[in-house]
Design a protein around this ligand. Sequence first.
Ligand SMILES: Nc1nc2c(c(=O)[nH]1)N[C@H]1C(S)=C(S)[C@@H](COP(=O)(O)OP(=O)(O)OC[C@H]3O[C@@H](n4cnc5c(=O)[nH]c(N)nc54)[C@H](O)[C@@H]3O)O[C@H]1N2
Ligand SMILES: Nc1nc2c(c(=O)[nH]1)N[C@H]1C(S)=C(S)[C@@H](COP(=O)(O)OP(=O)(O)OC[C@H]3O[C@@H](n4cnc5c(=O)[nH]c(N)nc54)[C@H](O)[C@@H]3O)O[C@H]1N2
Ligand code: SF4
Ligand SMILES: [Mo]
Length: 711
Amino acid sequence: MSVHYRACNLCEASCGLEITVEANRVIGIRGDVQDPFSGGYLCPKGVALQDLTHDPDRLRRPVRRVGDQWEEMSWEAAFDLVGDRLLDIRREHGGDAIGFYLGNPITHGWGPIIYIPQLLSALGTRNRYSAASADQQPQHLLSHLLFGSPLLLPVPDVDRTDYLLVIGGNPVVSNGSIMTAPNIKGRLQRLRQRGGRVVVVDPRRTETADIADEHVFVRPGTDVFLLAAMVHVLFDEGLVSPGRADSFVDGIASIATMVADFAPEAVEEQTGVDAQTIRRLARDFAGARRAAVYARLGVCQTEFGTTAYWLIHALNILTGRLDEVGGWMFAEPAFDLPRIGALTTDLPGYDRWRSRVRGIPEVAAEFPSTTLADEILTPGEGQIRAMVLVAGNPVLTVPQGRRVDEALSSLEFCVAVDYYINESTRHAHVILPPTTALEREEFDLVFPAVSVRNHVRWGEQVIVPEPGSRSDADILRELLLRVESETLGPRRARVLESVRRRLLPRRFVDAALRAGPWGVRHGRGLTLRKVRRHRHGLDLGALHSVLPGRLMTPKQRIRLDHPVVVADWPRVCAALAAGPASGLLLIGRRHLRSNNSWMHNSQRLTRGSNRASLLMHPDDAKSRDIADGDQVSVTTPAGSIHATVDVTDAVMPGVVCMPHGWGHASRRGVGWSHAASLPGESVNDITEDSRFDPLSGNAAVTAVPVDVRRA
Ligand SMILES: Nc1nc2c(c(=O)[nH]1)N[C@H]1C(S)=C(S)[C@@H](COP(=O)(O)OP(=O)(O)OC[C@H]3O[C@@H](n4cnc5c(=O)[nH]c(N)nc54)[C@H](O)[C@@H]3O)O[C@H]1N2
Ligand SMILES: Nc1nc2c(c(=O)[nH]1)N[C@H]1C(S)=C(S)[C@@H](COP(=O)(O)OP(=O)(O)OC[C@H]3O[C@@H](n4cnc5c(=O)[nH]c(N)nc54)[C@H](O)[C@@H]3O)O[C@H]1N2
Ligand code: SF4
Ligand SMILES: [Mo]
């Protein structure tokens, strides 16, 4: 028996795990009580890493689709086939004919983070899509515009704040997002125990609202008005006090003019929040000694994602919370992701080029996934003819999934790097299955950059993979070699590949740590060796002030009234003037035992009632003659799906709620045998790909107008 330590890579909380192994099989997973950051916390998904590792449905060797069947093939033959097909298409139609879709799990492994940018630039394609554009793209765009890097993302200093306002996030279930904070529930409880306040603004009384001091219902999609009204109150009542930020933030005065027409009384009807409550929220927030406003999907996944999230920054900046203890702070990661990203990728940028069909600006060198199907299905120069899918399932996770299905099935060639045949990878011609997390060593390059404490951790390899297995890094490096053999010539490609094998990832990470803020170069002595000696992870302490030094804008100043946002403001004003929408609005939800469209093949995570039910308020049910447990159809212009209704006053009147990522039984040929036995349909079969935030391209998968009838 042996015991190993590493972080769970399923969500951003990055909990430290203690994993017991016998005869190369995981026999138990517990929270690592000696982990200085997570202190032994873990959620049920962490334990289920065992099921993933030993799942019989998992692919272990490359497969090729022959009619309706999959045939195993050797790695060598698979790489030859994939390399040849991609290069043929590139030769004939150019680099842009090859599209990439990168799923959420790529951020949880160093292989994809290191190799994908190189592969993209070797192929020379601008057709890059990822899960970010159904998620946090407004945040990347604003960080680029305000702070100079899409990867400089502030987080609320939850461990030291006195007042946390949570808008459109449910960290008790999601375990925190763009805020790495293991055991966030415990952290919020401690916040309250020390006399602080947690306030949640959400159209559903969530699990986070249940442990908060106050919950305020807001009509979906109207946070932009609510937030503008709060900023209005700050100016109106003389509560603007940026503090130290005054010396590096420009454009504060012009914000007052922008929000002039957004008095709380003017937004009451639309937001469903009364003016008194809005004034009180603004005063409480401004009056708290230490405070932060934190927002996630409920704000980002709307047609005003960027302007609304911009107001989150504005509230924090105007009340002096930016870069202050207990406020809105930046981590200082040992692997300095924002700076290394700026040096090694073309991420920093906005609107340098636009998408072919709908003319949507790139954000951080990618286009939004809502236009992926257009780019595949619309003929002409630059049309996507081949796709590389890495760790994603766009058929279930991108709006208008049926169109994504149609698009993927029309491709000349599709290769997937994934260990499952999911709703999307079933369209691939070849699937290249990587090893799972426990079978590879790991160094988290991403989440320390958005953590509420500075920390660094090495992940041990736990299970020895089958001989001949490949990790994501091995697979991507091999593809890179084939592409570069064509673009640079075989000799130079081989030299580069041997250099990579020697330097990546370990030596590169070590060099980055040495040169980084905690490294020997800064007299702090951190090396990879030192990190690895701390088997439970190494705590680097609470966050500290880093501005203006960490800003990556040209003059290290923040322009709050950024012209990109200001130019969008008339749209916000017009929407307010247009008055409230009628009818039902659909929002999403997450479950502790689920993870987007996957982990549903684990029996222990999926026991119990139907997870994909539609929540509906009793008044709305009554007026439609719908009873608890009834089957209904949920319809938008994109189509219809069925759902079972849960009548509950946890959602506000006029709101219905359904999770995404389900419906494994509705599509043929999916390789998840247990998941395919579960009820539910895919909500993205009815979300429309024409609803998005025009600035960031982010999909507006919340506040979706729907019609619900008894089936
Ligand atoms: N309606 C609606 N739609 C949404 C959302 C919503 O709230 N509502 N949320 C959006 C958000 S926030 C996100 S992030 C997206 C997620 O959307 P996607 O990223 O497209 O979907 P996932 O379900 O995360 O994809 C998981 C796939 O990655 C594979 N995988 C897991 N680990 C690895 C690995 O280490 N290597 C490789 N190669 N493959 C791996 C799994 O086998 C699985 O097939 O969904 C978005 N879509
Ligand atoms: N258990 C579990 N954990 C996860 C995931 C998972 O699938 N399962 N997914 C991971 C991923 S990829 C991500 S991005 C994070 C997401 O992390 P969160 O953003 O915390 O996740 P959600 O639960 O989707 O929270 C969004 C909240 O916004 C509310 N909301 C919807 N529309 C509106 C609106 O218009 N206004 C306001 N104010 N609120 C609104 C919803 O009711 C919901 O409570 O979670 C991560 N963690
Ligand atoms: S909260 Fe759960 S899924 Fe997230 S890292 Fe921790 S154990 Fe893993
Ligand atoms: Mo996400």
